[in-house]
Design a protein around this ligand. Structure first.
Ligand SMILES: *Cc1c(COP(=O)(O)O)cnc(C)c1O
Length: 231
């Protein structure tokens, strides 16, 4: 099942790239494996998938131990400051930097381990109360404050779009995130690049790719529905 699902998702990404005049290589697929057992991750691994997304620190640590060394782990969920130290040298990217205090902690813990952590700033584009992330207006002042950090490198923006029936309803959200990243890029802030746009999940990644996503985070579409009750 995973093999077919992966193939389908990749085909859809390719189609969306073609439809919007983009190169397939511009889009990275993150297989969101939260709640799923290592056996399922290995199935995806055996199909060539190397990039996995998780939203819990403990789960990253467990799976990090069990999976091959060449897996890249992406932290995509809300991160508590007291847990940063456990993953700062294990993850390829943290997508969910949503406060200055968290950025400070990442900088400090990364310095202790002598690593530079690529991060994205999470933006609550739709301004949903239930979601983490900076409001679009807060992003530029935030970047000016973290630009001098030497162990945290901002590479772009991330958003979790609202849950909608019709993915077209999120096109505006994705368009706004892209516009924000273009506006920021034009400011040429030292040490800040805007090369990554992490947006789009199972329900809406095709629209996100059409609107410029460079990373899509797909869970259900690869591994099937999550059953939180039996965890
Ligand atoms: C769970 C999760 C996803 C994947 O969601 P699906 O709808 O299963 O594709 C993507 N991004 C974040 C931040 C998530 O927590």
């Amino acid at each position: 099942m995973i093999q077919e699902n992966l193939k389908k998702v990749k085909e859809n990404i390719e189609k969306s790239c073609a439809a919007s005049g983009r190169e397939r290589e511009e889009v990275t697929l993150i297989a969101v494996s939260k709640t799923k057992p290592v056996s399922m991750l290995m199935e995806a691994y055996d199909c060539g998938q190397r990039i996995f997304g998780e939203n819990k620190v403990q789960e990253i640590m467990d799976k990090y131990e069990q999976m091959p060394d060449d897996v890249q782990w992406h932290m995509i969920g809300h991160l508590q400051r007291n847990k940063v130290k456990y993953i700062v040298d294990k993850v390829a990217m943290i997508h969910s930097v949503d406060s200055l205090r968290l950025a400070e902690t990442i900088e400090q813990e990364a310095a202790k381990k002598n690593v530079v952590v690529p991060v994205l700033v999470e933006v609550n584009v739709a301004q949903e109360e239930s979601k983490y992330g900076l409001s679009p207006e807060e992003v530029l002042p935030f970047l000016e404050k973290v630009a001098h950090y030497s162990h945290l490198q901002v590479q772009g923006l991330m958003t979790i779009a609202p849950f909608v029936e019709n993915p077209e309803e999120n096109r505006e959200v994705f368009h706004k995130l892209r516009k924000l990243s273009v506006d920021i890029r034009e400011k040429n802030i030292n040490n800040i690049t805007m090369s990554v746009l992490s947006m789009g999940m199972t329900g809406d990644y095709q629209v996100a790719v059409q609107e410029g996503a460079t990373m899509v985070r797909v869970g259900t579409g690869i591994f099937g529905e999550r059953n939180y009750a039996v965890r």
